[in-house]
Design a protein around this ligand. Sequence first.
Ligand code: PEP
Ligand code: MN
Length: 355
Amino acid sequence: MAGLVPVSQWGLFPEGDRPFVVAGPCSAESREQVLEAAVALKEAGAGVLRAGLWKPRTHPGGFEGVGAEGLEWLVRAREATGMKICTEAGSAAHVKACLEAGVDMLWIGARTTANPFQVQEICDALGGSDIPVLVKNPVSPDLELWIGAVERLRAAGINKVAAVLRGFTTVEKTPYRNVPVWELSIHLRTTLKDLPLFVDPSHIAGATGYIKELSQRALDLGACGLMVEVHPHPEAALSDASQQLTPQEFMALKQGLKVRSADSADAEFSARMDLLRSDIDDIDSRLLSLLEERMRVSRSIGALKKEYGISILQTGRWEAVMEALRREADAIGLDKAMVERIFSVIHDYSVKVQE
Ligand code: PEP
Ligand code: MN
């Protein structure tokens, strides 16, 4: 199998501009909206214009995209601004329509990546074309499914492929719409060494407030590109309104990003440090989610005690818990004093939520 073509040679992104940026509205909504987005994004320095035409919606009856009609809007926006254009293909029919319209790049959405039948159907429809394809991670954190989709594309002769981390569905409560699980993207890149990685901070975040930190972290962890949702009037967007930046916000984001050089001794240090920090951030986030779960259980205990007329504080029980924790801490090499301090605070707040 031929090697992958580096993104800088796809002929889509302005030369020398890093990171590679795909930006645009979640959905194409009207000819005017697509054009307005393209003009603003060209000005703001985005590389490729994105807009979804066929929207995979959880429930029927919502806005399911404008469909093939929007292809012409994208083509006109390209003519007017010179920006290259891309959209999501979720079926063989979508691929066919996009290839006929001369779309410059496609992406495979998270729900599609999760379905090998559908990915294969798309690959078959691509047959013979050399259009670049971005592969979003599947909705569940299943590395093999993600790798499998890339393998199918490569077997179909597509040599311009990159992965897009857009986060994963989880039952844990997190501040994000989809948890990033950065380690998984790192495993993907250590498995498929020449596969470029993009990150989609918009679908990870679900809200504009986290996009800057997620984008910077993506670059720090070695992503070469970003896919960002930008809408000329986010408040009026027909899909994903809460996560779309205005073109002005996008411009500020792009200007504020720091791209690290990859080849100095310092960069190696930073890369290793970033990995460790990323682990710490993930652990902290899990600790928070466990604390939230623990407080919920405390509240249920409080309700049960109330129902049965039992007092809130049972010191005997707490002393036994603390003693068990001290023993466990000791056994796994944790400082007993530290564990005692942390759990005293947790206990104080657990009592408080039972009042
Ligand atoms: C999108 O990019 O608009 C989209 C639907 O993405 P995902 O497949 O990541 O949900
Ligand atoms: Mn979207």
